[in-house]
Design a protein around this ligand. Structure first.
Ligand SMILES: Nc1ncnc2c1ncn2[C@@H]1O[C@H](COP(=O)(O)OP(=O)(O)OP(=O)(O)O)[C@@H](O)[C@H]1O
Ligand SMILES: [Mg+2]
Length: 256
């Protein structure tokens, strides 16, 4: 068996130049990998939309009566298709963020409307898990300067997590007019987090205590949400009283 000294002797240290070349090669490979991944993600979105669309039509009785058991299975198909669509959206964003190529189209955007749409979008998921879902927002609009598509993506990632990390209880979404700022928050009665874990959750590929458990995830949702909120000049943060005690995720943006 080769010991460390022998191994080092047999493979003399590469020169600086060789190292630079290797790094450049690896960077190029990484770019190619990201491009392929992002291309595949783009290509998969449309067919997935079709799978989900048919499942919804089926469940709604467009092709004849459906039993309770069939409804349950169809909901699972819709749920899984939604999860995949979110994952693909994250893969596409991650590549753009890594390459500094995220492009924003800012316009005067109503945060209340965005929150309502997003909450509507997860109704089915909440029902499936028997979670109480509520939205509290003023009746009038709250405008912020934002890219609505990307901001919706932030909200989706936060709601997604609330659903995923809440085994039972509630999810409460709130939009508040706080003077010069608009504050969005989502509070859940779920798994919460320790004070130690909290500062790291927004880092790329970081997952909390339940990682390795049965809740699947890649640890990129909050990282993407943070990049997007930062690009909007806003703040994003989490609060929790500890593990098992639920949590609230916030972001705030200057009002337009
Ligand atoms: N509502 C929440 N309650 C408890 N823990 C949460 C909540 N939201 C996020 N976390 C913790 O933060 C970690 C990072 O979240 P993030 O959304 O970035 O990744 P993920 O959910 O693991 O995977 P994905 O990239 O698929 O979203 C999670 O793994 C989880 O530990
Ligand atoms: Mg997530």
């Amino acid at each position: 068996m080769l010991n460390m000294a022998d191994a080092l002797h047999k493979h003399p240290e590469p020169s600086n130049e060789e190292l630079q070349k290797k790094i450049a090669e690896l960077e190029e490979l990484n770019r190619t990998k990201n491009s392929l991944l992002s291309f595949a993600a783009h290509q998969m979105k449309a067919p997935l939309g079709i799978v989900k669309g048919y499942a919804t039509l089926f469940r709604e009785g467009q092709y004849g009566e459906v039993s309770e058991k069939q409804t349950e299975v169809l909901r699972k198909i819709e749920f899984t298709a939604d999860e995949l669509v979110d994952l693909l959206a994250n893969v596409i964003d991650l590549k753009k963020i890594e390459e500094g190529k995220m492009e924003y189209e800012f316009s005067k955007t109503d945060l209340v409307g965005l929150a309502k749409d997003a909450v509507d979008g997860i109704k089915l998921l909440a029902e499936n898990k028997k979670l109480e879902l509520a939205l509290s927002a003023p009746t009038k609009n709250i405008f912020v300067q934002a890219d609505p598509r990307e901001l919706k993506h932030v909200i989706q990632n936060l709601l997604d997590n609330a659903i995923k990390y809440t085994p039972s209880g509630f999810i409460r979404v709130e939009v508040k007019d706080a003077g010069g700022e608009a504050v969005f928050s989502v509070t859940d009665s779920g798994m919460g987090m320790s004070a130690d874990a909290k500062p790291f959750l927004f880092n790329e590929f970081v997952r909390g205590n339940q990682a390795g458990g049965e809740i699947k995830g890649s640890g990129i949702g909050l990282h993407i949400a943070k990049s997007i909120v930062n690009a909007h000049g806003g703040k994003i943060w989490a609060e929790s009283d500890g593990e098992g005690k639920g949590s609230t995720f916030f972001f705030s943006l200057k009002k337009a």
